[in-house]
Design a protein around this ligand. Structure first.
Ligand SMILES: *Cc1c(COP(=O)(O)O)cnc(C)c1O
Length: 227
């Protein structure tokens, strides 16, 4: 966990800048204002560093580890109503129970074992977090996600075999490549798979993602500072 530092004291200011940039990118792309949801990625930052951003009105947040999120969000939820929490990091099947209990959106469904486990837990708990499939858009060996060419079939299997209502696709393009073609591919796969939501774009490329049709962008360091 990172201590509060001068970076995070500026978080509300940076948040406002990111919101302005998103609005400008929406306009530039001739997309209706407010179409793109900002997911503020608070991973590695303590609850006290997140509070100013909540106080500034931000309500949608992303975390990449179930355990870390469990440590800070239950208390924050008591203080701030209307929080929507997204899991954006890899999910182990032994954490499915906690993930279903805590998160409103799970963006990292990427294999049959997880789909089956989530289906079981959702039934058991009577909770229905929204689900996105993570696509390994650059087919990188070290990265999580389903291969692009298997995506449409996997979404169909999630729906047909496990009864999961998959609503979106998520991707993280390779770091050193132009993200545009990767975003375009994700958009194409979403159309083919029949899903509406596109989670793509981070601090370095969220405006590009808006141009390529992102419905949500996941922005961490541009709001909270360096991790
Ligand atoms: C950390 C993380 C982000 C945010 O990254 P920044 O570059 O800090 O904006 C977005 N998506 C995922 C999946 C992440 O793990």
């Amino acid at each position: 966990m990172t201590d509060i530092d001068p970076n995070t004291a500026e978080a509300p200011v940076k948040l406002a800048t990111v919101r302005e940039n998103i609005a400008a990118a929406e306009q530039e792309a001739r997309r209706p204002a407010g179409t793109v949801t900002l997911v503020a990625v608070s991973k590695t930052f303590e609850a006290d560093a997140v509070r100013p951003v909540l106080a500034a009105g931000q309500r949608v947040f992303g975390e990449n580890r179930v355990q870390e999120a469990l440590g800070k969000w239950p208390a924050l939820r008591e203080d701030f109503p209307g929080i929507e929490l997204h899991l954006i990091g890899p999910l182990q099947s032994n954490k499915a129970k906690e993930a279903v209990a805590l998160f409103d959106v799970i963006e990292t469904v990427d294999r049959d074992k997880i789909a089956a486990e989530l289906a079981r837990e959702m039934k058991k708990q009577g909770r229905t977090p929204k689900l996105y499939v993570q696509v390994n858009i650059g087919s990188e060996p070290q990265k999580a996600g389903i291969e692009p060419k298997e995506t449409v079939a996997f979404v169909a299997r999630c729906r047909g075999e496990y009864g999961l209502a998959i609503e979106g696709l998520m991707c993280i393009p390779p770091v050193d490549e132009n993200p545009g073609p990767h975003f375009a591919l994700l958009e194409k796969l979403a159309k083919e798979a029949g899903v509406e939501k596109l989670s793509m774009g981070m601090s370095g490329d969220y405006e590009t993602a808006v141009a390529f049709g992102a419905t949500s962008v996941r922005v961490g360091s541009a709001i909270f500072g360096h991790r």
